[in-house]
Design a protein around this ligand. Structure first.
Ligand code: GLA
Length: 700
């Protein structure tokens, strides 16, 4: 008997077929369909020249070596290193409204694969996979895909991201491959190219229309994302956390679970797929108290004073911060024993005895008394050879026997696979956190892994974070890795924010922040107002422009407010007020991205009826008059009230503007939804490096 099993979201369907002969095969993975009385795969697939007599279709978990020539989804070897072929002979499928669960057993190999697809609120699908050794000898697991599926033939482009420290998240669009396309991470962290994920787009897909699929792994380490063209004429997409060879040996009865993959499929373009990813990630965030509190404005000490500080300097910085409306003060690197520069101290997590003779409590209490939360920088997974910890436990660093230990930023990586290492770190962090009112940790990670600690290293870090979260459920954590070297859904259950990049230059941040939003929502995107000239690029930008760009994420300040002119300081305080007023609309809501004419990029954040619209220009417009900006989302309501809240630009030398903008700046102007969607919202003339911010409110 052939059975069809389907899982539907509002926009997508996964359709599998189970028959006694072929097992479980794919019939569809794409936009929503009604399978109806579908002819079976056996009927539907005609003969092909040079093909096998026994056609196996496109199996859910293909039997590599037995007629499947695409990438393997499961790779196992026996004790001698010879391949163990996985060709299931037993199948169980369970289907419910919101999940499809499949168990495939192979009595010859002694393996059982279980996997599921679960719909999530917001429209994404979570895919999981696990393998169990049901035989009686140990086996070596070489690879296990979190998801592997055939791609609908309409796809034309693959979008991925690459990056480095200070230049994260560079978007790359390439045509779908004729052979194989692969993005591989081998640095031990997800990397400065962002989450292990990709988008695939149909030829005509854009921000708000067209077939789009987005996949990201809930994983923070080595990975492979591949799209391979099969001779049959379709592509196979696979996403897997990479295992170090030899690290997963399954004894009889043991199993291994791959990290889950989040799958978003939409016919409404990148914004709709992004919304599905945001909803999935939001459902994984574990906020203190169960719900996100308004995201407090940070002041982070790093670029304000780097290592050049003591208790008095930090207190003065905190005073200046409190004076402009900062709500959370984060003491960055340099507070602990031996840490006057980046060559020593990592591992020795006790406050410096000279700077903080009575520990951090007096400082933390004074900061609390100023009306701010106190946060602290740590980098637990690292160790400087010049540290007491290394002198006591040189064998705690990741290293190969008889090999050089390559340092980066003068540091080595701790072996997080070792329980005693995790216990030590927990004890140190526990002692710091319990010694003072510390509400927040910035958890850094400032190098690649060499040698690799494999997937177990990543899981070791998760285990430590989990233990810490359980012990301190009210402490929020920021994930950081030399800026954005490890911002991914794997860390999302443990953190509440990511530090997007050490590059705070507002022009550089425009593209970077838009790329961040491809997989992760704005309320967890750390975005700061930095100094001008920007430390990473040397470019000078107006304070208002820097502030407007930073307001789109979780706002912070990374400079000494006392170093600003009175005018800039007042302006910064005003932008902090602006952010506080609007953060309820900016966070936890819809995000729409798009492009206008002549280099204009726009971003709208808010509810269906109320949105802030940021119209961003980084370069000087070429056109004499800016062209109106069609806003597709406006079509859902008959009328909108539109106000111009801000034009964030360099002060002075104002540009002439049409009378309607003065009217919009002093009160709302009414437009019909169809006008805004089709003819477009008029745009003011803007300078280079400026942001015009509108409020759009649906009206009766
Ligand atoms: C990394 C982080 C910075 C800062 C420094 C401190 O580079 O990205 O924000 O915390 O480390 O050493």
């Amino acid at each position: 008997m052939t059975q069809i099993h389907a899982l539907h979201t509002t926009e997508a369907s996964l359709v599998l077929e189970h028959d006694a002969d072929r097992g479980v095969v794919w019939r569809h993975c794409g936009l929503r369909v009604d399978p109806g009385d579908l002819p079976t795969a056996a009927e539907a697939r005609g003969p092909a020249s040079f093909a096998f007599d026994h056609d196996i279709g496109v199996p859910l978990v293909p039997p590599a070596g037995l007629g499947w020539f695409g990438p393997p989804a499961v790779e196992v070897r026996d004790a001698r290193g010879l391949p163990v072929f996985f060709a299931p002979d037993g199948v169980a499928v369970a289907e419910s409204e919101d999940a499809l669960t499949v168990a495939l057993s192979d009595t010859v190999a002694g393996l059982e694969w279980t996997g599921s697809f679960t719909t999530l609120s917001g429209g994404a699908i979570r895919s999981s996979a696990a393998i169990r050794n049901t035989g009686n000898a140990p086996v070596l697991l070489v690879g296990l895909a979190s998801v592997q599926l055939p791609l609908a033939t309409g796809f034309a482009q693959v979008v991925s991201w690459r990056g480095r420290h200070n230049a994260e998240l560079d978007e790359c669009t390439e045509p779908m491959p004729r052979q194989r396309w692969e993005k591989v991470g081998r640095r031990g962290i997800s990397g400065h190219g962002g989450p292990p994920g990709l988008y695939v787009l149909a030829q005509d897909a854009g921000w708000q229309s067209g077939l789009t699929m987005a996949v990201q792994l809930e994983w923070s380490g080595d990975h492979s994302l591949a799209i391979e063209r099969d001779d049959e004429g379709f592509w196979t997409l696979s996403a897997a956390a990479t295992l170090a060879l030899g690290e997963v040996v399954l004894a009889p009865g043991e199993s291994h679970s791959a990290p889950a993959a989040l799958l978003a499929i939409s016919g409404n373009g990148r914004n709709a797929a992004m919304a599905q990813q945001h909803a999935a990630v939001r459902s994984m965030l574990r906020w203190p108290g169960g719900a996100m509190a308004p995201r407090p404005v940070h002041l982070n000490s790093w670029e304000a004073c780097y290592f050049d500080h003591d208790a008095a300097r930090i207190e003065a910085l905190a005073q200046a911060a409190a004076g402009i409306g900062i709500e959370r003060f984060v003491l960055d690197d340099g507070w602990f024993a031996g840490r006057r520069h980046d060559r020593a101290g990592l591992g020795d997590w006790t406050p410096d005895a000279v700077t903080y003779p009575d520990g951090l409590a007096p400082l933390a209490q004074r900061i609390e008394a100023m009306g701010m939360e106190f946060g602290l920088w740590v980098e637990p997974e690292m160790i400087n050879p010049d540290s007491d910890l290394y002198r006591a436990h040189p064998n705690w660093a990741l290293a190969l026997p008889d090999r050089e230990r390559p340092t980066a930023r003068h540091q080595l990586v701790l072996d997080m696979r070792r329980e005693e290492v995790r216990d030590y770190l927990f004890d140190r962090l526990d002692s710091v956190l319990s010694s003072a009112p510390i509400a927040y940790l910035k958890w850094d990670h400032n190098r690649d892994h060499a040698p690799s600690g494999g997937a177990a290293q990543v899981r070791g870090t998760y285990a430590l974070l989990e233990r810490l979260r359980a012990a301190y459920p009210n402490v929020e954590i920021e994930g950081c890795a030399g800026g954005g070297g490890r911002s991914d859904a794997g860390l999302v259950p443990y953190v509440h924010r990511f530090w997007t990049s050490d590059n705070i230059d507002a022009v550089a941040r425009v593209a970077m922040q838009r790329s961040f939003l491809a997989f992760l929502p704005p309320e967890i995107m750390g975005s700061h107002v930095g100094a001008s000239p920007a430390h990473a690029t040397g470019r000078t930008q107006a304070l208002a422009f820097r502030a407007a760009i930073a307001c789109m994420g979780h706002l912070g300040v990374e400079l000494d407010p006392a170093s600003l002119s009175d005018e800039d300081r007042t302006e910064l305080a005003r932008w902090i007020e602006f952010y506080k007023r609007w953060r309820g609309l900016l966070h936890g809501r819809e995000v729409h991205l798009g492009e206008g004419t002549d280099g204009l990029r726009w971003q709208a954040q808010g509810t269906a009826q109320r949105k802030l619209l940021f119209c961003i220009r980084t370069a000087l417009p070429q056109d004499r008059r800016p062209q109106p900006l069609p806003l597709h989302f406006a079509a859902s309501y008959p009328r909108w009230n539109v106000s111009l809240l801000e034009v964030a630009e360099q002060r002075g030398h104002g540009l002439p503007r049409a009378a309607q903008f003065d009217r919009m700046a002093s009160g709302p102007v009414r437009y019909t939804g169809s006008w805004l969607a089709q003819a477009g919202l008029p745009m003011p003339i803007q300078k280079a490096e400026s942001v015009a911010i509108f409020l759009l409110e649906a009206a009766e």
